[in-house]
Write a protein that binds this ligand. Structure first.
Ligand code: ADP
Ligand code: MG
Length: 126
């Protein structure tokens, strides 16, 4: 199942709702993959600290996948961009939840600058 939360308007609750739906579904035992496509990167920072992102993840974001796709016509394997945020993972285990919450982080410099169809969720689902 793919759930997309999309609205051009800011401040309407997209990030809050996405983070909470993901966490609740993982708590209920689902294997959840959160895909942050917003250059604001707030959803990413709901699960990673800024320091963690800078230290470990800033080169493993959706920006890198997208730039390779657009600039070099290269399709990197999206699975290589999946991270497991430690805080959420520990919290889920502490609650004895069996689900998983994984994340493909975003990047503040993301710009989906060309009008080319993005089909990431479908690729991941198949
Ligand atoms: N259901 C809610 N009730 C009250 N405040 C909310 C609710 N959902 C989000 N907020 C608050 O509204 C603000 C914008 O939410 P956010 O999820 O960042 O929006 P968006 O991602 O659409 O820009 C945040 O300060 C958030 O804490
Ligand atoms: Mg947001």
């Amino acid at each position: 199942m793919i759930i997309s939360v999309i609205n051009y308007k800011g401040g309407v609750g997209k990030t809050t709702m996405t983070a909470n739906i993901a966490a609740e579904m993982a708590y209920r035992g689902k294997k959840v993959l959160v895909l942050d496509l917003d250059p604001q990167t707030n959803l990413t920072f709901s699960f990673l600290t800024v320091e963690q992102w800078q230290h470990s993840y800033q080169h493993q974001t959706i920006k890198r996948w997208y730039d390779a796709f657009i600039d070099k016509d290269e399709e990197l394997d999206l699975k290589d961009f999946i991270t497991r945020p430690e805080r959420a993972h520990k919290r889920l285990r502490a609650l004895e939840a069996t689900g998983i919450l994984d994340l493909i982080p975003s990047h503040l410099d993301c710009s989906f600058r060309r009008n080319r169809t993005i089909y990431l969720p479908w690729e991941l689902a198949n």
